[in-house]
Design a binder for this molecule. Structure first.
Ligand SMILES: *Cc1c(COP(=O)(O)O)cnc(C)c1O
Length: 467
């Protein structure tokens, strides 16, 4: 069979076939390694159609199907066809986005897309900058680097050894852990990540934070960045962004909003209002590969201080003199990556196909389904423990709280059965609970029924085991 026909028919069949596949693979690492080792000694050539058919069947069997309508897991979405088409075209044409002149169309489509997204955040695209990143971690890194370049320009030359007084980055216990890695990579060191206790609603309380900052200043720290999260990873909590922005301003610190998942809510007129204050961020992280239903990896970084971003990344080499006119910039000299694939193509194609109202509808629909889930859980005596308008539901049960079973045990029974997939998470005060996130635009009320019955089964099962 022609290999392209094979791929096309697999792409056509997969979304429907997916419903009948187990969400989670049953596989032992040793088994898989031995099998692959024996199958692929690379000592002969394999016809591409045969190889492709084999890879497709292996991917079917040994993937946690995050695009499954009953995957209620982390922020890995079901993917819209436009994103799959775009990623395939990006691989086919392989445009190199380091320089503008190597990929005029791909670069301009990214610019168009980012300017539209900037406006959705409440940024002025003419006075701010934006670029695509591999994901939220790189966008968060860009935010910290821009803050250092803005507040401590000497750092770019001397590193943190000279001159800079112990810059501090303020986060909450619910902030994404990528900032720990970033602190290591930038030389700030993980001790610069100043953890602030959350309020009961899992948000960063401005008064607690102000006290923490004052104590730190007395000990010789200097506030560099305050991180506000618009939709925390564990529980979808939205920090009080406006208040945090003002606090940052009063201490002369940078305000970075991590909206990796939640910023997409800005496309919904109803949900967007809950993210008020995001427009006050000096920089913002927004992942398209989470709630915009495009394949990984596609992150976005937005910053209101173009000169800081330029200072952080500006470089030129003899073989690639950076061209920067007022008309265009070369991405390699204004972003972290050098050779780069056309990340933005899939975001452009998804937005262009569905338009603003189509995107808003998908986002509202997922939030609505999470509201239904909360209702169904309560009807079945599960207790909702987080409070958010975003589609992440954290919940517990008397049987868990009394110690008759545990969230981990229930999640593991459910994952093994493979009908649905949810996870366990530890929230602020250390309570371990269950977490279900609506990440697929194809999830339905029937899928919620299946989740509820799996939960009931696992709870009964765990009780019986414990007894
Ligand atoms: C997922 C996530 C990140 C990390 O983004 P990646 O795209 O996985 O690198 C950062 N912050 C938050 C709030 C997230 O949810």
């Amino acid at each position: 069979m022609d290999v392209w026909d094979l791929v096309a028919s697999a792409a056509r069949a997969f979304p429907k076939a997916l419903r009948d596949l187990p969400v989670a693979p049953a596989v032992e690492v040793e088994h898989l390694r031995t099998l692959l080792h024996e199958k692929f000694p690379f000592d002969r050539s394999i016809p591409l159609d045969e190889l492709t058919a084999d890879v497709i069947s292996m991917l079917n069997a040994w993937t946690l199907h995050t695009t499954h309508p009953r995957y209620f897991g982390l922020f890995n979405p079901s993917v819209l066809p436009a994103g799959v088409v775009a990623d395939s075209l990006a691989a086919l044409f392989n445009p190199q986005l380091a320089k503008w002149s190597s990929a005029p169309l791909a670069n301009e489509l990214e610019r168009l897309t980012l300017r539209w997204c900037s406006r959705k955040l409440g940024f002025d695209p003419d006075s701010s900058v934006a670029h695509f990143t591999s994901g939220g971690s790189e966008a968060n890194l860009s935010g910290i680097l821009a803050a250092l370049a803005f507040l401590h320009p000497d750092y770019l030359i001397t590193g943190l050894n000279v001159g800079v007084v112990r810059p501090a980055v303020y986060v909450s216990s619910e902030t994404h852990r990528s900032f720990i890695k970033i602190a290591r990579m930038t030389g700030l060191g993980s001790s610069a990540i100043r953890n602030c206790r959350c309020s009961a609603d899992l948000t960063l309380d401005p008064d607690t934070l102000r006290r923490r900052i004052c104590e730190d200043i007395n000990e010789g720290w200097k506030p560099l960045v305050i991180i506000g999260t618009a939709g925390t990873t564990s529980a979808g909590a939205i920090d009080p962004l406006g208040e945090l922005a003002h606090l940052a301003q009063s201490f002369g610190a940078w305000f970075h909003v991590d909206g990796a998942w939640g910023a997409s809510a800005m496309l919904s007129p109803r949900l967007g209002t809950f993210l008020a204050g995001i427009e006050l961020g000096d920089s913002v992280t927004w992942d398209a590969h989470k709630w915009l239903s495009v394949p990984v990896g596609a992150g976005m970084f937005f910053c209101r201080h173009p000169e800081a971003v330029k200072r952080a990344f500006d470089i030129s080499s003899s073989y690639m003199p950076a061209e920067q006119t007022s008309d265009f910039v070369d991405p390699f000299s204004t972003t972290f990556q050098w050779s780069r694939r056309a990340i933005g193509l899939k975001v452009f194609m998804v937005l262009a196909e569905h338009g603003e109202s189509g995107m808003a509808k998908m986002i509202d629909q997922q939030a609505g389904l999470a509201d239904q889930l909360r209702l169904r859980l309560r009807e079945n005596n599960w207790q909702i423990v987080n409070s958010t308008v975003l589609p992440v539901v954290c919940f517990s049960h008397e049987d868990i709280r009394s110690g008759a079973t545990s969230a981990a045990e229930i999640a593991s029974v459910i994952q093994r059965r493979g009908k649905v997939w949810i996870s366990e998470v530890v929230l602020g005060a250390g309570e371990s609970v269950l977490r279900a996130c609506i990440t697929s635009i194809h999830s339905t009320a029937d899928d919620l029924d299946c989740l509820i019955s799996e939960l009931e089964f696992a709870r009964e099962h765990a009780r019986a085991e414990g007894a």
